[in-house]
Design a protein around this ligand. Structure first.
Ligand SMILES: [Zn+2]
Length: 78
């Protein structure tokens, strides 16, 4: 696997959608290539961020209200 391959399949890797062989190739390359390692860790953080946003937006209304209340409590805005 080369750097271009890593760029192309990074999302699939993080989704767990790569085949076992490709996944191993991917990991091997990332472990020896600092550029790709950094790229993958950026992708991973971005994904986590997006996942959190999505799950927050689709959280049940009651939960959101409760969170909003406790947030207001923290900021003491009433
Ligand atoms: Zn690379």
């Amino acid at each position: 696997m080369i750097c271009d391959d890593v760029k192309r399949v990074a999302y699939f890797f993080l989704d767990g959608k790569l085949g076992e062989n490709k996944q191993n190739d991917f990991k091997t390359h990332v472990s020896i290539c600092p550029d790709c390692e950094q790229r993958v860790s950026i992708h991973r953080r971005l994904r986590l961020f997006i996942c959190k946003r999505l799950s927050r937006d689709s959280a049940p209304q009651r939960l959101r209200q409760r969170l909003a209340r406790s947030f207001r409590g923290l900021t003491s805005e009433t």
